[in-house]
Ligand binder design. Structure first.
Ligand SMILES: [Zn+2]
Length: 705
């Protein structure tokens, strides 16, 4: 191959490699395989080795070229690299706008909003379209030359020559084209290829996690976050380290005057020049549009491939922006509208093991309540036994809790320097905390489970029943939410419901702040309940609402019942025989009630409910006349003035009891029209029979008509 042929081939290879780099790293598309692209790169390197005089600055082979540096040289910034003021609320944003309007009353206050990527600001200088220098912000006035490291970032073009600069119609009209397509028409200015562009170097979450996984395997300390890791990589003297870090780049500022009049146009021009720009960035007419953008991005935050910590809001009109000037080291015309902090430190009060509806055991840290991202967090997940060991979390430790988007807050670190020596090491119980059966953790699995099929934690129906209308009546706590709470380890038994806080609910799907608040209010309100409803809520087999009422009345005669613990104490003294003294309660029901209160699970549950401050109300003995006290009734046939249920209420309020069938012990049978077989039985047994009028008279409710 002659030198001329080599030069032509090299030029073509560079263009082709550059094209695929652009597709892959900027547009996120791929036309040829990695292997094919590597093969092209190999050919280029071989040719350049053969003809070293043909190596240029912008050759893809030069991305990881230079030897390690002894130090970075200083670079003065012709235009200072400013930082941004922060705002944390809509009020602060409104104040910002008011300040700007005061300084520049005739300004054009439309905005341009874009994501604030958590990375590292870099300035890129191109000469005749070729990357010559890349520098860090430094103190804003003087940065450091990190060109060799920046060249390793594939998202940054080494040459802008792929993007043709064509002057048309003389020097007053210039287009930026790519592949024959006009990307941007600029008037009155000429792009010479001497251009300065600024943007953010960052590391994707995926790359960051991959690096940490590798470090973990090698037993090396883990990196804290993608931002610091990216910054550290750029400030490495050996470019090979930076190259291994797979950094990325988003451009957001065009420093050189290319005729742009708005910040939006700057984005368009740098995109046309072959840079990746923020795809979410857009114009916002007024602050309320900015707020909508902020809300939208806040929701997407977790699912984005990179970390962001807010949105940048700039005055779109460059002339207005310029006239607003600089305050300290920040331009007045732009602000970083930050998201609330996601992490806070707090103290682990206890580690409690929850059993989910699949039997999976989840250790949950009960922490001193702490505001994170605008809500109070009091529980944080520890995932499993291995995670506790990995973090070395102990009861009493000061920990870092992170709350991010749609997952339950979790413990992400321990501040071991704050230990006093009194911290307690936690170990997973050997027995299920709900049913007391043995726990199984199969070899090679991280999740320990209760395998008892009868374990109450697996009985999700019991939870649904507990909060239902005739029971605790907690509006807004449906089966879907209960299932989700069980899955994340927040609710194993009904008592857990009462320790939920807004911060626990917010991460659950579709839990807007308002409904979470509503629900916590409903839960708080439900803590006071009648004894009858409470007994029904427990879901004791064969105890229907009516039986629960009878039981409540009976227990109240034995002593004052104001807490679940009172109930447990009184109920524990009963025997199946003594319970059968309650009218309407037969042998089967009595045995079921007795079995319930003898069970270890019920004892633990009632204790937990007492600790959750459940207050029981028993109907006080009525002061008004109780004309039917001591009398029992059986209803049959159709009544004209009362429904069957109204008649039952009348009997109960009058102090009497309602029976389902007629026996010798029955006091009265109330017979309406078309009475059934009960009427005949009553006659046969000699039980007194009342018609409706007589019954009403007896109950003190004589009706005429
Ligand atoms: Zn169990």
């Amino acid at each position: 191959m002659t030198a001329r042929e080599a030069r032509e081939r090299i030029e073509k290879l560079k263009k082709e490699i550059g094209h695929h780099r652009y597709l892959y790293h900027v547009l996120d598309r791929q036309e040829i395989s990695d292997a094919a692209l590597d093969s092209l790169k190999n050919e280029l390197v071989k040719l350049e080795r053969q003809f070293p005089e043909l190596i240029t600055h912008d050759s893809p082979s030069q991305r990881v070229g230079g030897a390690p540096l002894a130090m970075f040289t200083k670079v003065p910034h012709a235009v200072p690299m400013l930082s941004l003021e922060d705002a944390f609320s809509e009020e602060e944003m409104a104040e910002w706008e008011a300040r700007m309007r005061k300084v520049h009353p005739r300004g054009d206050f439309e905005y341009f909003t874009e994501l604030k990527i958590d990375g590292f600001a870099i300035s890129l200088e191109y000469e005749n379209g070729v990357l010559r220098r890349a520098s860090t912000r430094g103190d804003g006035m003087v940065g450091e030359d990190v060109t060799e490291n920046i060249k390793t970032i594939e998202a940054i073009p080494l040459s802008l020559s792929d993007f043709i600069f064509t002057a048309k119609n003389g020097k007053n009209r210039l287009t930026i084209e790519k592949n024959g397509k006009i990307m941007k028409i600029l008037k009155e200015r000429i792009i010479t290829g001497n251009i300065e562009i600024r943007g953010e170097v960052y590391m994707t979450k995926k790359v960051f996690e991959g690096i940490n996984r590798e470090r973990e395997m090698k037993g090396e300390p883990l990196y804290a976050n993608p931002r610091n890791t990216a910054a550290g990589s750029i400030r490495q003297l050996d470019p090979k380290v930076a190259a291994s870090r797979k950094l990325d780049f988003l451009a957001y500022t065009l420093v050189t005057d290319c005729g742009q009049t708005t910040h939006h146009e700057e984005h368009e021009i740098v995109r046309a020049l072959g840079f990746k720009t923020d795809v979410f960035a857009r114009e916002c007419g007024e602050l309320k549009d900015v707020f909508a953008f902020y809300e939208d991005i806040a929701k997407r935050r977790e699912s984005l491939p990179y970390q962001i910590d807010g949105v940048v809001v700039s005055v779109n009109n460059n002339e207005t922006f310029r006239r607003l000037g600089v305050v300290g080291k920040a331009p007045r015309g732009a602000v970083a509208f930050k998201f609330p902090a996601e992490e806070a430190t707090t103290v682990v009060k206890d580690i409690v093991v929850q059993v989910g509806r699949t039997g999976a055991l989840t250790p949950v840290a009960h922490v001193r309540p702490v505001p994170i991202g605008g809500t109070i967090v009091s529980h944080a997940s520890l995932h499993n036994e291995d995670e506790i060991k990995r973090l070395d979390v102990r009861i009493g430790d000061t920990v870092i809790v992170k709350r991010a988007g749609d997952v339950i807050p979790k413990v992400v670190g321990v501040i071991k320097n704050l230990r006093t020596g009194k911290e307690k090491i936690f170990s997973l119980p050997k027995k299920c905390p709900v049913c007391g059966e043995a726990i199984v953790r199969p070899e090679g699995e991280v999740i320990a489970r209760c395998v008892n099929k009868q374990c109450p934690a697996k009985n999700k129906e019991a939870l649904y029943h507990f909060v239902a209308k005739p029971a605790f009546n907690i509006v807004g706590l449906g089966p879907k939410i209960l299932d989700a709470l069980s899955d994340v380890g927040l609710v194993s038994d009904p008592a857990d419901i009462f320790s939920l806080e807004q911060g626990d609910l917010l991460p659950l799907e579709r839990f807007a702040e308002r409904s979470a608040e509503k629900l916590t209010v409903a839960i708080e309100k439900a803590k006071t309940i009648t004894l009858a409803k409470f007994l029904y809520a427990l879901g004791i087999i064969h105890v229907c609402e009516e039986t629960a009422r009878d039981l409540a009345e009976y227990f109240t005669t034995k002593g004052s019942v104001t807490s679940p613990a009172d109930l447990l104490r009184i109920a524990s003294e009963e025997t199946p025989e003594s319970l059968q003294e309650i009218p309407q309660i037969g042998e089967k029901v009595a045995q079921s009630i007795h079995a319930y209160f003898s069970d270890g699970y019920a004892k633990r549950l009632l204790q937990k409910l007492t600790e959750a401050d459940i207050i029981l109300h028993s109907p006080k003995p009525k002061k008004r006349a109780v004309p039917l006290v001591g009398m029992s009734f059986v209803l049959t046939g159709e009544l004209t003035h009362l429904t069957r249920d109204e008649a039952k209420v009348l009997i109960r309020e009058g102090g009497g009891t309602v029976q389902g069938s007629v026996s010798k012990k029955t006091g009265f049978v109330v017979a309406g029209a078309h009475p059934g077989s009960k009427y005949d039985t009553a006659k046969k047994l000699g039980v007194a029979i009342l018609n409706e009028q007589e019954f009403l008279k007896l109950a003190g409710k004589q009706k005429h008509g």
